[in-house]
Design a protein around this ligand. Structure first.
Ligand code: 0PR
Length: 384
């Protein structure tokens, strides 16, 4: 209820401290199923210092706008693009929606269709509903990557775009993007890559020697990429990224905002008023950690994932869904629902709605957390 008279700051803070106690925190060691993590300390300072900056009115906050452009450019370079167009957005959902919007707008067809893997994130359902684009689902192979032949079979005159995924939500699978790129070029259809998760993993994992397919703008058919700093990029929520290869995509989704206090501009994002601080934090982390800093974070996460996958293999009553490609390890169990319930009862932040339990080895996940989880899992499996 809205109080008539105000409450003191101290009381408010005390109440929040008590009420929010029920939230699971990243440092509890119990969150094993989230793609977010505790933001880097530098980003926290930046958010506090620049929380008033609004990229919705960039004429007022010209410095912030410049920094955002540089952040987009650095993300582009990470993805092998010399000149990047795009924006820091609210997350992977907005980034995917913007890509579908651009593909639809540059393709003037009456009944637009988008071909995407059955493993795609639910943000494409939102895009479909908002943009009136029909989703055409492509089958998966036995290894859970998209079946490129099925994608080809589904191309028709209404196809406005194809989606490939570089790090699926459930299993961290990277599709055969080189084959999708060839297909896109052959048929003259734009290819969008959802690397919301993998964008901050694959470039570093490849340098570390992991055998992963190319997924970025190195492949000529790739026209846009979603890459989320608020997942493996260590940035605070909200911070997503949408990067386009060509200006024409950005132009196709620009709307004029002519009367703003800072002067006439145009917007490509879904949100109007939007946080400059988060874009500044993305810039700061890219500069501060650099390629080597992120490589170190990815190295630890990848090694721990492989260790954990080996442990799962030794358990009675549990099995790996597939060998991990990135730092996501998913496994099935006997009596999955019961096991999930028991794990949740013991405070573990995991979910099993896809028919398996997904463990995302984010930077806050340490070996001792996984060891504790395995002790509980073994015990519970033994009881069933
Ligand atoms: N694309 C992919 C491949 C994703 O995995 C996700 C989110 C998105 C797009 C959408 O990104 P935003 O959520 O930033 O809009 N995947 C996570 C998931 O659904 C999101 C998440 C994060 C869920 C933290 C739970 C959680 O605790 O699993």
């Amino acid at each position: 209820m809205l109080p008539k008279k105000g409450t003191s700051e101290e009381e408010i803070l005390n109440e929040l401290e008590k009420r929010l106690n029920v939230d699971l925190t990243f440092n509890s060691g119990k969150i094993l199923g989230s793609m977010c993590t505790y933001p880097h300390s530098l980003a926290q300072k930046i958010i506090c210092r620049y929380m008033d900056r609004n990229l919705g009115d960039p004429g007022l906050h010209k410095g912030s706008r410049e920094i955002e452009k540089e952040a987009v450019q650095m993300l582009g370079e990470l993805l092998n693009l010399k000149k990047a167009y795009g924006s820091i957005v609210s997350g992977g959902s907005e980034a995917n929606i913007l890509a579908v919007r651009a593909f639809r707008n540059i393709n003037d067809v009456e009944r637009p269709e988008l071909i995407l893997p059955k493993s795609a994130h639910f943000s494409f359902l939102k895009a479909s509903d908002l943009l009136r684009v029909k989703l055409v689902w492509a089958e998966l192979n036995d290894d859970y990557s998209v079946n490129v032949k099925d994608v080809e079979r589904k191309i028709n005159d209404n196809t406005i775009g194809i989606v490939g995924i570089a790090g699926t939500t459930g299993l961290g699978v990277v599709d055969d993007i080189p084959a999708l790129s060839d297909l896109a070029l052959d048929y003259g259809i734009p290819l969008h890559i959802d690397a919301a998760f993998g964008g901050f993993v694959i470039p570093f994992a490849k340098v570390l020697g992991y055998d992963l397919p190319d997924f970025d703008f190195k492949l000529k058919g790739v026209q846009s990429i979603t890459i989320d700093p608020h997942k493996m990029g260590m940035a605070p929520i909200p911070a997503g990224g949408i990067i386009f290869r060509k200006k024409k995509f950005v132009d196709s989704i620009s709307v004029p905002a002519p009367y703003l206090a800072g002067g006439k501009v145009s917007h490509i994002t879904i949100t109007g008023t939007r946080p400059g601080a988060n874009a500044i934090a993305v810039w700061a982390l890219l500069k501060h950690l650099g390629f080597e800093g992120y490589k170190k974070i990815v190295k630890e996460a990848m090694e721990l994932s492989r260790w954990f996958a080996e442990q799962i293999k030794t358990l009675d009553g549990a099995y790996l869904i597939r060998e991990p490609m990135l730092n996501i390890v998913s496994f099935g169990t006997k009596e999955l629902e019961k096991i999930e319930k028991e794990l949740k009862k013991r405070g573990w932040g995991i979910s099993a709605h896809r028919g398996y339990i997904r463990i995302v080895v984010m930077p806050h996940v340490k070996k001792e957390h996984l060891e504790n989880f395995l002790i509980d899992l073994k015990e519970i499996l033994g009881e069933h």
